[in-house]
Design a protein around this ligand. Structure first.
Ligand SMILES: [Zn+2]
Ligand SMILES: [Zn+2]
Length: 268
């Protein structure tokens, strides 16, 4: 179907009226349905791929929202569950579907189908998930330049004071969710860190506290022998220049924070 683009731009789902408005004829819709290029989600609602999460949200009569929307936008989300979060407007009827385990948000900002915007999804996260999930997602969105300064201010004015403080604390230079989490957790212990510091002979490091370098190895980019060699070279060069270096991986930060925390505090 040549007008699949119309559906993709709507986040994978749209209504008959949207297709007609963009010039698709009823006959084309019928042919696309016959050829399985289009799937009917509900009466008058179509999607390009039935496995699409936005299609499940559309079955509810709403949008992918909260952490699900952020993931779809490419934002790092510190939540390993695959539960779909759906946003529907306050007065809309919520349609259930077979096997539903979705988290449904009643949100005044929700309208139509598809994927909720990054700014609205972050406000939903502030009401649904904890502070750490919100903060790491916010810094990831800022780093990927998915938020304007107006949107950042809008988020700040639509969350409680504790979350507003996190908006003020957030930076756009955090290159991984791990870095966001560690910086936030250390600040709550009264330990302030410098981020993305460039060190002569070493390169840019994740966090610096006094003369201690803390390197955080994300899941994606620290595998394989060549990366291990690079990491060892960096650590050797840093030590030669008088720095102390601690290196933690994803599993340590996420599943064994007390060890990471106590190790850093012992070095200070
Ligand atoms: Zn949620
Ligand atoms: Zn559901």
């Amino acid at each position: 179907m040549t007008d699949n683009r119309v559906i993709l731009e709507a986040g994978g789902v749209c209504r008959t009226a949207d297709l007609i408005a963009s010039g698709v004829t009823k006959q084309t819709i019928r042919r696309a349905l016959d050829a399985n290029l289009l799937v009917r989600v509900r009466q008058g609602i179509y999607c390009s791929d039935a496995s699409h999460l936005a299609a499940t949200a559309a079955q509810h009569g709403g949008t992918m929202a909260c952490v699900s929307a952020l993931r779809a936008h490419g934002v790092w989300v510190h939540d390993e569950s695959s539960t779909l979060h759906v946003g529907i407007s306050p007065r809309a009827r919520n349609h259930w579907h077979e096997g539903c385990a979705c988290v449904v948000h009643r949100s005044a900002f929700t309208a139509g189908l598809g994927i909720t915007s990054v700014a609205i999804a972050l406000v939903q996260v502030a009401r649904c998930m904890g502070e750490e999930v919100f903060f790491a997602a916010l810094e990831s969105a800022l780093n990927k330049r998915l938020l304007s300064s107006d949107e950042r201010a809008w988020i700040r004015s639509n969350v409680t004071r504790r979350f507003a403080e996190l908006v003020d604390f957030a930076r756009s230079d955090a290159e991984s969710g791990l870095e966001s989490l560690v910086r936030l957790r250390l600040s709550r212990l009264g330990v302030s860190t410098r981020t993305q510091v460039r060190i002569e002979g070493v390169g840019r490091v994740d966090l610096v506290i006094g003369n201690l370098i803390v390197e955080l190895d994300g899941r994606e980019n620290h595998d394989g022998p060549s990366q291990r060699h690079k990491d060892l070279m960096r650590d050797a060069n840093a030590a030669k220049a008088g720095w102390r270096v601690l290196r933690f991986d994803y599993a340590m930060v996420i599943y064994d924070w007390p060890l990471v925390r106590d190790t850093i505090l012992a070095m200070l």
